[in-house]
Unconditional design. Structure first.
Length: 318
């Protein structure tokens, strides 16, 4: 298998081209593909004894995803597949949780994750041109209004995907603009797929996770509670501590990023590289300024520019 399957916009022009949908590309290349749904989105609300209708269910942030959920996922996949390691591909916050794991449990997961391919890596939050920090002055109000979850299936509940698919003027005037706000560009957005993106966007997480993102100023820090006394009880100090990225020692890190990104300034990547003890195994920057943050996932030419390299890096490093 060579990573090809029929994708109208790609293979009608070049039957041998690498497709734009990474999951299918990997599966048709012979990889065993597992897709992780983060705790709290509409596909991942099960719990042993708590219900999403209870406030206690939503008392988690990125810290719990890093400490519990991602390790449990890796351990489960390894147990089922009987493989000594897994390859990990993450985008944006999907890279954040992996960097957090490699920084806090390097003795176990350095060898078990090879390679870690980071698309639009986020470990530092400086110089962000667009971010949840813009809402930081309102975080107490947001937590009061939404004490449990933030963004859970909002678009779907409003019927927006159906409206986008049915009415072109809605698609162009509203849905297309919403997708641009995620960090995409005119040159890379396939307008015919916008309703699909809307239908699979804003699937939600805890309000605490969103607030944690508002709190970030430099390198990723643990969730900061509203009062020093709680921080002292949880962390042993009055402010939440930073994640120590100097503890990352993996020789299997791969970075793919764009030069102009509303969410990931190049300075953030430089700071991460200065922290980790070893150089990236592979690094690729897309200099074309028509590429944005999410275009590494759904850009019109993502198969040729990104997915082709992902296959190569997996072959070299896995």
């Amino acid at each position: 298998m060579d990573g090809t399957y029929f994708e109208e916009e790609v293979h009608a022009k070049d039957p041998k081209a690498v497709g734009n949908t990474l999951g299918f590309v990997l599966a048709t290349s012979g990889y065993d593909v597992w897709l992780l749904n983060a705790r709290g989105n509409v596909y991942s609300t099960n719990h042993t004894y708590l219900s999403p209708n209870q406030n206690e269910y939503w008392q988690f942030s990125l810290d719990e995803l890093i400490r519990y959920d991602l390790p449990a996922t890796i351990d489960y996949v390894r147990a089922v597949t009987k493989r000594p390691s897994v390859a990990y591909i993450g985008h944006s916050l999907g890279t954040t949780v992996m960097y957090g794991l490699l920084a806090t449990q390097p003795e176990k997961y350095t060898a078990q994750v090879r390679p870690c391919i980071a698309l639009a890596p986020v470990a530092y939050f400086t110089r962000m041109k667009a971010s949840s920090r813009n809402l930081a002055p309102w975080r107490d109000t947001i937590h009061w209004l939404l004490p449990r979850s933030f963004g859970t299936a909002w678009f779907q509940r409003l019927g927006l995907p159906r409206l986008c698919a049915r009415f072109r003027w809605v698609n162009d005037a509203l849905c297309y603009r919403l997708i641009k706000r995620t960090g995409s560009t005119d040159a890379q957005i396939d307008r015919s797929r916008v309703p699909l993106y809307i239908d699979n966007g804003m699937l939600g997480s805890s309000t605490r996770t969103f607030i944690q993102l508002m709190q970030q100023r430099s390198g990723l820090r643990y969730f900061n509670f509203s009062d020093p006394a709680t921080n002292l009880q949880v962390y042993g100090q009055e402010e939440s501590p930073p994640y120590d990225f100097t503890q990352i020692v993996s020789p299997f890190l791969v970075d793919i990023h764009v030069k102009v990104d509303r969410y990931v300034d190049l300075e953030n990547i430089r700071l991460l590289k200065a922290d980790i003890r070893v150089p990236f195994a592979r690094e690729y920057q897309i200099d074309d300024q028509s590429w944005g943050h999410v275009d590494l996932l759904w850009g019109k030419n993502v198969g040729k520019v990104v997915n082709r390299r992902v296959l190569r890096y997996l072959a070299d490093l896995a």
